[in-house]
Design a binder for this molecule. Structure first.
Ligand SMILES: *Cc1c(COP(=O)(O)O)cnc(C)c1O
Length: 414
């Protein structure tokens, strides 16, 4: 391995003993690449290409319109939703796959605000994922009595009051990696009559989530991160059974109708979770998503969480000396109970460092203004990956490899 440092025996042993080690072969991972960005775009499962090809060639090509019934295309939102429900502590009729995370946020946030008439505040935190705040601002413009207020999470529970309609939070923060206490925040909101809408994009598929155990109201999440559903994969939404009959989607499309194939003029919301569907499901994208979800749905949830903890703990332990010598600040909480499966380091030269790492086959990502983010996907990241990534980071810092004009050029997607 021309000059690369030798892998310590303890790291080799950790991989040999990893109960999830066989899953790595279920993914296409390019040779020579250490992929630490599965929290942004999950890797391609080996089964997906054939699955999508079959959906195109057999189901679409040969089955044509009969496939809506023959291959249960029409049931895809509920079928895949039920599989995701098993990962997040929800009932099988509480989750559907549809639209994007942004659109699902809009549907549930607007529905919650309308339901909570008389309460006018949407409460979130500054620095929440941009789309969450932008969607809330859109709802604010649409419903004149609604206003968005952002309060730092340390003061958030105290800010929930009689005027709060809904609290909008991301379970694991996309930048800092900080995990919020879902049960405690949900209970604090309920005590004051508010609902909570959780964005699970950075936690689903990485750590255990127990929506019903926390008495959660509403949630959305992403299909292309830890669920490995492919770029732009459809997203999912959760509505607790007790709320399904009283919330109304603002996007009252025909797939959310009680009897879409009656083709009547008047809209009548479907009785259950189906009312949060809008238009025709994107079947080819659904096929790719289902392949990713099937892979993870068969894996023990506790083992996934345990590996997320072990990988990120190893990274923290190895990277700590670099923080002291090379000016990194650890942004992510150290205790696993307070974080998800990615770790962020702040540095003045974060952009160049990230580019230098990419040039050396370590794919993390840069988050403006000054963070390098490393995601550890329990299904396919190995302990050797983590150890080697830190060794390469150390070499980049020691040689000041980041200080190269080529690494300062910013592309459209960073
Ligand atoms: C990735 C992510 C999204 C993605 O939203 P899209 O509509 O798929 O672009 C939303 N919220 C959070 C917190 C995310 O991390």
């Amino acid at each position: 391995m021309n000059g690369a440092p030798t892998l310590p025996d303890a790291i080799r042993a950790a991989d040999a003993l990893d109960p999830l080690r066989h899953l790595r072969d279920q993914f296409v991972l390019p040779d020579g690449m250490i992929y630490l960005d599965g929290n942004s775009l999950g890797a391609l499962p080996r089964a997906t290409a054939a699955r999508v090809a079959a959906a195109i060639t057999d189901e679409w090509g040969r089955g044509l319109i009969t496939s809506w019934n023959a291959h249960d295309w029409i049931g895809a939102p509920q079928r895949i939703g039920a599989k995701i429900a098993g990962l997040i502590g929800a009932g099988p009729r509480e989750v559907v796959v549809a639209d994007s995370t942004s659109v699902n946020l809009f549907k549930l946030l607007a529905a919650a605000c309308r339901h909570q008439r008389g309460r006018n505040k949407i409460l979130s935190e500054p620095g929440n994922f941009p789309t969450d705040l932008y969607v809330a601002q859109g709802v604010e413009r649409l419903l004149p009595e609604c206003r968005l207020e952002t309060v730092p999470v340390e003061r958030l529970a105290a800010a929930i009051d009689e005027d709060t309609a809904v609290v909008l939070l991301t379970h694991v923060h996309y930048k800092t990696g900080r995990r919020l206490d879902m049960a405690a925040i949900t209970a604090a909101a309920h005590a004051r009559g508010a609902l909570v809408l959780w964005d699970l994009s950075h936690s689903v598929g990485a750590i255990e989530i127990d929506l019903n155990g926390c008495d959660a109201d509403l949630a959305v999440g992403c299909g292309y991160k830890y669920l490995n559903g492919g770029p732009g994969a459809p997203a999912f939404l959760f509505v607790a059974e007790r709320l399904q009959g009283v919330l109304r989607s603002p996007l009252s499309g025909w797939m959310g109708h009680a009897r879409p194939f009656d083709f009547v003029d008047g809209y009548e919301a479907a009785p259950g979770i189906d009312r949060f569907l809008c238009g025709t499901p994107p079947i080819l994208a659904m096929a790719a998503l289902e392949s990713g979800v099937d892979l993870i749905a068969g894996v023990d949830r506790a083992a996934i969480t345990a590996k997320a903890a072990a990988l990120s703990d190893l990274f923290l332990r190895e990277v700590e000396p670099l923080c002291a010598t090379h000016g990194f600040t650890l942004v992510t909480p150290r205790r696993f109970a307070e974080r998800g499966s990615h770790v962020s380091l702040a540095h003045d030269h974060a952009y160049g460092i990230c580019q230098a790492l990419i040039a050396r086959g370590v794919i993390g990502d840069f988050r403006a203004p000054d963070m390098v983010r490393f995601g550890f996907t329990p299904l396919y990241t190995s302990f050797a990956d983590v150890w080697r990534a830190v060794a390469i980071l150390g070499a980049v810092m020691a040689s000041r490899a980041w200080d190269d004009p080529r690494y300062q050029v910013r592309e459209r997607v960073t």
